[in-house]
Design a binder for this molecule. Structure first.
Ligand code: IVH
Length: 676
C-alpha cells in the first residue's frame, strides 16, 4: 500500500469507526456487531503503526489511553459550576413551582388563564460532574467540578471515555461548554468488584466513589479499562441554536453527545410529580445509579429572569429519592468495646442485599437509640443506606413481631472483662471503666503507644501485640520495655530475625523525643498537637505531673476538659507506677538540651518533603528537627516545596515529580549542614 492510499484508508476507517462509536455509545443503537467493530479497529491500529505520520491524536484508536497525567492542573471555570438546591417531598416541589411563577410574575389564580410552566425533568445521575470545552468541534479541555470555582484538568482521562466525543459531527457552535456526569455503570462496577474479591483486594464502596476515584488515576490506560460513561445535561455558550434547554440538548445529541433518552418535557408541576412517581420505582431497573430527579425551567428567557442565588440557580431544583430501604430479621445484638472503653451495640442481621452490597451488620449506636426504636431480637427491622457505607436501622416492622418477644435489656457488664459499665451524664455511650485490664482497651492503648506518630515501634504490629497479650507477656505499655528475646522466640511466627528487630525497635524508641512520649502514653484528649504545645511549655513530665489546674489552663490549647483529664491521669496509682517504670527504662521525659534552648528559626518559611531511607537519623527524627528549627513538613511535593530531603531508595514517582517541578533534592548530610 502506498502512503497516500494508507492515508486515505486511515481517514475512511476513522470516520466509520467514529460513526459506529457514536451509534453504540451515544445513541445506544449499534448497527454492526462488536466483532465487526473490533476488526475495523484492529485494521486501523495496524495501519497507524505502519504509517505513524498519519496517526492523529483524536483517532478512535487513542481511546485506550496510555498517557500519564503527572499532576492534575487546577483551572478556573469560565462559568462557575453551581450545585442545585434539594427537595425531598411533593410540598417542596409545589413550593418551588409557586416561587418560579411568582418570580416570573405569573400569579396563580386557579382560573382559565393559569399558565403552566414548561419544565424539563431529568434523571439525577450519581457520579461526578464534569465540564467539557469544545472549540471548532474539538474537545479542548475537561475539568472536574472542584469547588465550583476551579477544578482539575482531567482531559487526558476524559478522552478515554467513549461517550465523550473527541470531535463533533455537524452544525455545532464554534465555542461552547457542555456539562454532564461521569459515572460507572452498575455492571462494570459489579465486575470490577467481583475480580477484586477474587484476588483479595479491597472492594470499592459504590459506583459513585469508583467513578470519582477512577478520574483521579494518573495512568489513563488504567482509566480506559474502567469503562466509565458520561451523560451530558447542560450546555452553555454564546451562540447556541435554540432558546430553550430541551431543544439544545437534542441538538447536542446530533453533534455527537450522549443525552439521556429519559429526559421529559413536562407542562406544569403535576406532570413533574408523575415523572417522579414513575422513576421512584423504575430507577432500580436502570443499569446505573441515580439519586433523584432534576427539574429545570425549559425556557432560557425565563431562566434568565429567575437568575441565581449565590449557590444555585432559581430555575432548577433536585428532588432526592428516599434512601433505599429493606427489612430483615435482627438475629442478635452484640456489644463492641473500643480502645477508650466506649461500648457500641451492633445489630447482626439476616444477610440481605441493599444498594449493591450484602448487609450483615448495622450500628445500633447506643442504649437510647435501642430504647427509642424498641428493637428486639427476632424483630424485622428496616435497614437504610444513605451515601455512607455503614447502614442504619431506622425502624421496626411491628406487624411482624412475634408475641412475647422480650424487650432488649442493655448489658450492664462489660462483655470483655465483666466490669460494671458506667455512663456519664450527658454522654450517649456506656463505657467500661476498667482501663487497665479490659483486653480491647489494653491492646488499643498499646497499639496507640507503638504507632508511627507516637513511639514508632513498627516492628511491633497489631497482631504481635495481641500475641504478646494473650501469652501474658505484656499487660500494659511499661511491660513492653521488660521484654526479652528468649521470651519472644517460643511465640508462633516469631523467627530469630523478627525477635531481634522487635528488641531493637523497642530500644530505639527510647530516643523518641518527649513530646511524642507525652502523646504516646495516651492521656485522654491529648492529641499530637496538644502534646507538642504542652511539652514546649512544661519542658518535662515532672513539671506536668505537679502542675496545678491554673498552670495547665495557661497552656495554649488546654481547656477545662483537657486539664481535668491530665489531672485524673496522673492521680491514678496504676498510671503513676507505669510512668515510673517507663522513666526507669530510659524514655525521654524531658525536652533535650537542644529543644530546651528552643531550637532555632534557621528553617523558617521552608517546607520539606522527606522521602527514602536514612542512615544517621530516622525519618521521624528528621521531621522533629525540621519543626524544631521552624520548618514545615509536608507529605507531597508541590510548587510550594522548598526541599526534598532525599534518602536512599526514594520513590521514582516522587523523584520524577521533584524534577519536573524543579524542586531541589538534598542529602541528609546537606540537611544537617544547614542546621549547623
Ligand atoms: S444540572 C446549574 N442535571 O447534581 C445546573 N445536574 O447538585 C447544573 N447532576 O453537581 C446541574 N444529574 O453533578 C444537572 N440531569 C442533571 C444532573 C445533575 C446529576 C448532579 C451534578 C450537580 C449536582 C447538583
Amino acid at each position: 500500500m502506498t502512503a497516500s492510499e494508507a492515508h486515505h484508508k486511515i481517514k475512511q476507517l476513522s470516520k466509520e469507526l467514529d460513526e459506529h462509536n457514536y451509534k453504540y455509545y451515544a445513541l445506544d443503537n449499534p448497527t454492526i456487531s462488536d466483532y465487526q467493530f473490533d476488526k475495523m479497529l484492529e485494521e486501523l491500529i495496524a495501519l497507524e503503526k505502519q504509517f505513524p505520520e498519519f496517526l492523529s491524536e483524536d483517532s478512535p484508536s487513542q481511546r485506550v489511553g496510555g498517557q500519564i497525567t503527572k499532576e492534575f492542573k487546577s483551572v478556573k471555570h469560565q462559568y462557575p459550576m453551581l450545585s442545585l438546591s434539594n427537595s425531598y417531598n411533593e410540598e417542596d416541589l409545589i413550593d418551588f413551582d409557586r416561587k418560579v411563577r411568582e418570580g416570573l410574575g405569573i400569579t396563580s389564580s386557579g382560573g382559565l388563564f393559569d399558565f403552566a410552566i414548561e419544565y424539563v425533568c431529568e434523571l439525577k445521575f450519581d457520579g461526578l460532574s464534569i465540564s467539557l470545552i469544545y472549540e471548532k468541534g474539538k474537545l479542548v479541555q475537561a475539568i472536574t467540578r472542584g469547588d465550583g470555582v476551579q477544578g482539575d484538568d482531567v482531559t487526558t482521562n476524559a478522552k478515554t471515555i467513549k461517550s465523550i466525543p473527541l470531535h463533533l459531527k455537524e452544525n455545532f457552535p464554534d465555542k461552547f461548554e457542555i456539562r454532564g456526569e461521569v459515572f460507572m455503570p452498575r455492571p462494570v462496577f459489579d465486575a470490577i468488584n467481583k475480580e477484586r474479591e477474587e484476588i483479595g483486594d479491597a472492594l470499592m464502596a459504590n459506583p459513585r466513589n469508583a467513578a470519582s476515584g477512577t478520574m483521579k488515576i494518573q495512568d489513563s490506560a488504567q482509566v480506559a479499562k474502567r469503562k466509565l460513561d458520561c451523560f451530558l445535561y447542560y450546555v452553555l455558550g454564546e451562540d447556541l441554536p435554540y432558546a430553550s434547554h430541551f431543544e439544545n440538548m437534542h441538538a447536542a445529541q446530533s453533534w455527537g453527545f450522549k443525552i439521556s433518552k429519559d429526559a421529559k418535557l413536562c407542562s406544569g408541576i403535576n406532570e413533574v410529580l408523575d415523572f417522579i412517581h414513575y422513576w421512584d420505582k423504575e430507577r432500580f431497573n436502570l443499569p446505573f445509579d441515580i439519586d433523584g430527579i432534576v427539574i429545570k425551567v425549559n425556557d432560557y428567557r425565563q431562566q434568565k429572569n429567575l437568575g441565581f442565588t449565590a449557590k444555585s440557580p432559581r430555575w432548577a431544583i433536585a428532588y432526592k429519592f428516599k434512601a433505599e430501604q429493606v427489612s430483615t430479621e435482627l438475629q442478635s445484638i452484640t456489644y463492641q468495646v473500643g480502645r477508650t472503653g466506649a461500648i457500641t451495640p451492633v445489630a447482626n442481621l439476616k444477610p440481605i442485599p441493599l444498594g449493591g452490597t450484602t448487609v450483615k451488620r448495622a450500628s445500633l449506636h447506643n442504649a437510647d437509640i435501642i430504647e427509642k426504636l424498641d428493637v428486639r431480637v427476632g424483630d424485622y427491622v428496616y435497614v437504610e443506606k444513605g451515601g455512607e457505607i455503614i447502614p442504619k436501622i431506622v425502624g421496626v416492622d411491628l406487624t411482624r413481631r412475634q408475641p412475647h418477644t422480650p424487650p432488649t435489656q442493655y448489658i450492664t457488664l462489660c462483655p470483655e472483662c465483666g466490669t460494671l459499665l458506667e455512663r456519664n451524664d450527658g454522654e450517649a455511650n456506656h463505657f467500661c471503666p476498667n482501663e487497665s485490664s479490659c483486653p480491647p482497651q489494653v491492646i488499643g492503648k498499646m497499639e496507640h503507644f507503638v504507632s508511627r506518630k507516637a513511639m514508632n515501634i513498627d516492628s511491633l504490629g497489631g497482631e504481635t501485640i495481641v500475641q504478646l497479650f494473650n501469652a501474658g507477656l505484656v499487660k500494659n505499655i511499661a511491660d513492653i520495655y521488660d521484654l526479652k528475646k528468649d521470651q519472644l522466640l517460643p511465640l508462633e511466627r516469631m523467627a530469630e530475625k523478627s525477635a531481634n528487630n522487635l528488641i531493637e525497635g523497642i530500644e530505639a524508641s527510647k530516643q523518641v523525643p518527649f513530646e511524642r512520649v507525652l502523646y504516646a502514653i495516651g492521656i485522654r484528649h491529648v492529641g499530637e498537637t496538644t502534646a507538642k504545645k504542652i511539652a514546649k511549655k512544661v519542658k518535662s513530665l515532672e513539671v506536668l505531673m505537679h502542675a496545678s489546674r491554673e498552670e495547665l489552663l495557661e497552656i495554649d490549647e488546654v481547656g477545662e476538659i483537657i486539664a481535668i483529664s491530665i489531672h485524673d491521669f496522673f492521680s491514678d496509682e496504676k498510671n503513676k507506677q507505669i510512668i515510673a517504670r517507663l522513666k526507669q527504662a530510659g524514655l525521654q521525659f524531658a525536652l533535650s538540651e537542644e529543644q530546651q534552648q528552643g531550637g532555632s528559626d534557621k528553617l523558617n518559611g521552608l517546607t520539606f518533603v522527606i522521602s527514602g531511607v536514612f542512615t544517621k537519623h530516622s525519618r521521624e527524627q528528621y521531621k522533629d528537627m525540621i519543626e524544631l528549627h521552624g520548618g514545615k513538613n509536608s507529605g507531597s511535593i508541590s510548587k510550594k516545596t522548598s526541599y526534598v530531603l532525599a534518602g536512599d531508595n526514594m520513590g521514582p514517582e516522587k523523584l520524577k515529580k521533584a524534577q519536573s517541578l524543579g524542586v531541589k533534592l538534598i542529602t541528609e548530610d546537606e540537611f544537617l549542614e544547614m542546621l549547623n
